[in-house]
Design a protein around this ligand. Structure first.
Ligand SMILES: [Cu+2]
Length: 96
């Protein structure tokens, strides 16, 4: 994450496979990995790392967040930063 976009802005995962989702915020502002459908459908090892009712992962400037999860069913899942979607900070998560 940088100000104000995801780099990369697309994630492609395999359904049912385990992943470490590592989010580095290299910007000067707080950013959020807001993916409510994805995060609800995925099996997240520690849901306490999720914010706002399990809909997003907040990453402070200069910090890194790591979340272990198992990818959910096939599909396309929306990704935004709840604070900067207006500025085009959006992406896509594809599960094959
Ligand atoms: Cu942001």
């Amino acid at each position: 994450m940088v100000d104000n976009r995801f780099d990369p802005s697309t994630l492609t995962l395999r359904a049912g496979r385990p992943y470490v989702l590592q989010l580095e915020n290299r910007g000067k502002e707080m950013h959020e990995f807001t993916a409510p459908d994805f995060l609800k459908a995925a099996t997240v090892r520690d849901r306490r790392k999720l914010a706002n009712g399990g809909t997003d992962i907040v990453v402070q400037p200069g910090k890194t967040a790591r979340v272990l999860l198992i990818a959910p069913a096939q599909g396309h899942y929306a990704l935004t930063c709840a604070d900067h979607d207006w500025d085009g900070m959006v992406g896509t998560i594809t599960v094959d």
